[in-house]
Design a binder for this molecule. Structure first.
Ligand code: ATP
Ligand code: MG
Ligand code: MG
Length: 348
């Protein structure tokens, strides 16, 4: 059987490994950190930094195709790997999603709506950006932000200096604050032959910048549902994408505004594990392995709840609930803000 190489050994890598194993593949995880959650379920693990050329070459030689569970992989490592094995999704998808400024420009060039944005490298840029965009606004680092980290809100122009200090010198982007009624995401997949399939959009609720729950079906009109799926397909086609992508959207009276894209399986797609015959993890493995996409039609309503930090202490009670499917990541220490697992509550 073929071996799938996965860059990153977190919970997404773990669930990708399980899905790959179910389809008869072997998996090999590359992860700099010790004792990764995916390490317990993968067939092989390489623990090495992304600067270790010899480890990267040995990893590439041991796999047939390379995919990833996070987007911040150093360019040099990707160059080394790509000389030997295909990387799916491709490099353009990574380049676009690694940098919020490049991402916003790409999306608006496609004719999609985004928050108004401007590049901010210093206080002069920020003053001009506030002049142009106004407040409230959010200053975000262009790279490496996740779970709301690397962001600072400006209620008024007076917050500029404090917000810029929060960026600690990193290149940033100012985004106008979008007055949305709610947030949804589309988990979309594109196969090697260009076939596109989208899971039903879910409604996402965040707490302290971290995803708390995803509910399907999301409250959307038929027209909004169509827009969501069409815009996701437009993004995947433009990138000649292969794999699963998470597309985060703001629902507004003016239409759907794209917040950000993630070139990988996505936390807001975890409900698919218990709401669909084929979940996002199997769909991603199918796509990168060159298989036909599977049937991702929603067969049940689901509420996915993330178990963050001490939430995991509620597991014994949740285990007594009917219709509750528990997914734990095997992490030893329940630090605040750390994603320990999730529960999918299936209705009917
Ligand atoms: P993730 O963990 O999803 O990768 P992230 O750190 O990349 O998160 P964003 O998705 O950019 O951060 O922002 C986190 C949340 O902050 C959004 O889901 C939304 O609730 C809010 N937010 C971000 N940008 C805006 C905006 N321009 N207008 C209004 N709210 C916003
Ligand atoms: Mg993000
Ligand atoms: Mg986000």
């Amino acid at each position: 059987g073929a071996t799938i190489g996965i860059l990153g050994g977190g919970q997404l890598g773990r669930m990708l490994s399980v899905a790959a194993a179910r389809l008869g593949f072997r998996t090999h995880i590359f992860e700099p950190g010790a004792n990764p959650p995916a390490g317990h379920v993968a067939d092989a693990v390489t623990t090495a930094p992304y600067e270790d050329e010899a480890a990267l070459l040995a990893f590439a030689a041991s796999v047939d195709v390379i995919t990833y569970e996070f987007e911040n992989i150093p360019t040099q490592a990707l160059d080394t790997l790509e000389a030997h094995r295909p990387i799916r999704p491709n490099r353009q998808a990574l380049a676009v999603s690694q940098d919020r400024l490049v991402e916003k420009a790409f999306l608006s060039d496609l004719g999609l709506l985004t928050a108004p944005f401007a590049a901010v490298d210093d206080e002069v840029d920020l003053a001009e950006a506030i002049e142009e965009i106004g407040t409230p606004a959010i200053l975000k680092t262009r790279r490496f932000g996740y779970d709301g980290k690397g962001q600072s809100r400006l209620r008024a122009p007076e917050d500029a200096a404090a917000a810029l200090a929060d960026m600690a010198g990193a290149p940033a982007i100012l985004e106008g604050f979008v007055e949305f009624s709610h947030e949804v995401s589309v988990i979309a997949a594109r196969g090697i032959d260009g076939e596109v399939a989208c899971f039903d959009p879910g409604e996402n609720v965040h707490k302290d910048g971290i995803l708390a729950t995803t509910t399907v079906p999301a409250p959307l009109s038929a027209a909004q549902r169509t827009d969501a799926v069409l815009l996701a397909a437009k993004i995947l086609n433009a990138l000649k994408y292969v794999g699963v992508m998470g597309v985060e959207l703001f629902v507004t009276p003016k239409g759907l505004i794209v917040n950000e894209i993630a070139p990988r399986v996505h936390n807001s797609g975890h409900w698919t594990q218990n709401g669909c015959a084929v979940d996002q993890f199997e769909q991603h493995i199918r796509a990168v392995a060159g298989w036909p996409l599977g049937d991702g039609k929603r067969h049940s309503d689901v509420v996915m709840e993330n178990l963050i930090g001490d939430d995991v202490l509620r597991v014994p009670g949740i285990a007594r609930e009917s219709g509750a499917a528990i997914h734990l990541y095997g992490k030893a220490e329940a630090k605040p803000g750390r994603k320990m697992g999730h529960v999918n509550r299936v209705k009917g």
